[in-house]
Write a protein of this length. Structure first.
Length: 452
């Protein structure tokens, strides 16, 4: 843990004062990735009174650091544009770093109250990023929706944590798990109240209205951190709570699984109808999170593994798609899919990157995404054949809108009103793409790391 925090501090200094921020951040990312394979055990280590970690924690911390590095590399333009005002230039980078630091601490704490504090702490720098560096006047509405949904539905979680403290005289995760088992504590109603906040954070369809608005109004770093890190808070909380609570209602679990799958199918269908690139990628995140949650609720070990695998894959793939959308906006001056055609004629490297990550997003073999989706569908098929068929339809629809996204942007005849032919496209977008592609294409060799 100290090595990870030290690498994070060094990357902050590099991003603030270094000249070659892109390459140095990527070197730090490789070093952080190597740390992942130094913890082969799936035991939970309690390092101090408030700090503990296991393979899941290390995996999520590595993901948070990687996404932070890629967001800083891709957002050099935004950082430099803020430099004339020292407060603005510092505030942009500081907000990204605070999101990362809060994420690292969230994935590391062993107490429920600390868990809740960092669960909500991430909203502050995210709110600051969207409100100050957002592109449209509607960014205030997007921030208010995000705060109302996430904070409002977290009130039951906070009340239940106070209830834990009162009955167990401790908020330690391991201790409350053991005491709850010995006391035979019936937690069916606690399951419903606490799990609601995790569903909003994922988000599950029906609690998702804040996410597309936040993505559309956020700057590039805000979108990348939101898709790559903050959405994993809900999934990580769900995994931790399932590990803690062994008394939940099976009927409620099946009901939630069906709602999650149905919401994933609807989200995939909505993606086909979107005209804004960022909105389409945001709805695809809802679809992927629905499949991840469904495989987790199957209660099979292979389902839990596929859930964590999909978390990691989505955490890398979705931010890079947002980065590519920003690159298309740079030289097309529009995010409208109907107007951003024929980009491949002038920028073949960007076209190759779009093709690569569209097929990775749909789960093309032998990528890590492919193994995650296959094991997820398999776990649902073992549970119920109908649920497995629904998940298969969801994966098929995912392939449909990914093909639509790629073909609409890179083929056809574009509008001359939005095209800027003389722009010099920065390589910062492509460097993030190369690094993410290496991990996703080679990650299948390390599937055992996702059995947490």
């Amino acid at each position: 843990m100290s090595c990870i925090l030290m690498l994070e501090v060094s990357s902050i200094l590099v991003s603030l004062y270094g000249k070659d921020v892109g390459w140095l951040a990527m070197v730090c990312s490789v070093a952080v990735l190597i740390l992942l394979f130094q913890y082969p055990s799936n035991y939970y280590f309690l390092k101090s009174e408030w700090l503990g970690y296991d393979e899941l924690s290390i995996l999520m911390i590595v993901l948070a650091l990687l996404v932070t590095m890629m967001s800083l590399v891709s957002s050099v333009k935004d950082v430099k544009s803020s430099m004339p005002d020292p407060l603005s230039g510092w505030g942009y980078v500081e907000s990204v770093i605070l999101v990362c630091l809060g994420s690292v601490l969230f994935f590391s704490v062993s107490g429920w109250m600390d868990f809740f504090f960092f669960f909500e702490f991430s909203l502050i720098p995210t709110f600051f990023l969207i409100l100050k560096w957002g592109y449209q006047p509607e960014r205030l509405q997007a921030c208010m929706l995000m705060i109302l949904y996430t904070v409002g539905f977290s009130i039951p979680l906070f009340m239940m944590l106070i209830f834990f403290w009162k009955h167990f005289c401790s908020d330690n995760m391991l201790l409350t798990k053991m005491l709850g088992s010995w006391l035979g504590f019936d937690s069916n109603w606690i399951w419903s109240a606490m799990f609601l906040s995790f569903l909003v954070k994922l988000p599950v369809y029906g609690f998702h209205m804040w996410l597309p608005k936040a993505h559309v109004e956020a700057p590039l770093s805000g979108s990348m951190m939101l898709a790559g890190v903050l959405l994993k808070f809900g999934g990580y909380g769900a995994v931790r709570f399932l590990w803690f609570s062994e008394f939940f209602s099976e009927k409620f679990m099946v009901f939630l699984l069906v709602i999650s799958l149905w919401g994933g199918v609807l989200s995939s269908a909505i993606c086909v109808c979107q005209s804004d690139m960022k909105s389409l990628i945001a709805y695809s995140s809802i679809s992927h999170m629905a499949l991840s949650l469904s495989s987790l609720l199957s209660m099979y070990s292979i389902g839990k593994m596929s859930c964590v695998c999909l978390f990691f894959c989505h955490g890398l793939c979705s931010p890079i798609l947002f980065s590519l959308a920003a690159s298309s906006y740079d030289f097309l001056n529009s995010r409208n899919i109907l107007m951003t055609k024929s980009a491949g004629r002038s920028f073949p490297m960007v076209t190759c990157a779009w093709f690569l990550f569209c097929i990775l997003n749909m789960g093309f073999p032998p990528s890590l995404n492919f193994f995650g989706e296959v094991f997820s569908v398999a776990s649902l098929l073992w549970l119920n054949k109908l649920l497995g068929m629904i998940s298969g339809v969801m994966c098929f629809t995912t392939g449909g809108y990914c093909v639509l996204l790629y073909s609409a942007i890179n083929h056809g005849v574009g509008s001359t009103l939005v095209f800027k032919p003389n722009i010099n496209l920065s390589s910062r977008y492509l460097s993030s793409c190369m690094f993410g592609a290496i991990i996703l294409l080679g990650g299948g060799l390390f599937l055992d790391s996702f059995f947490v």
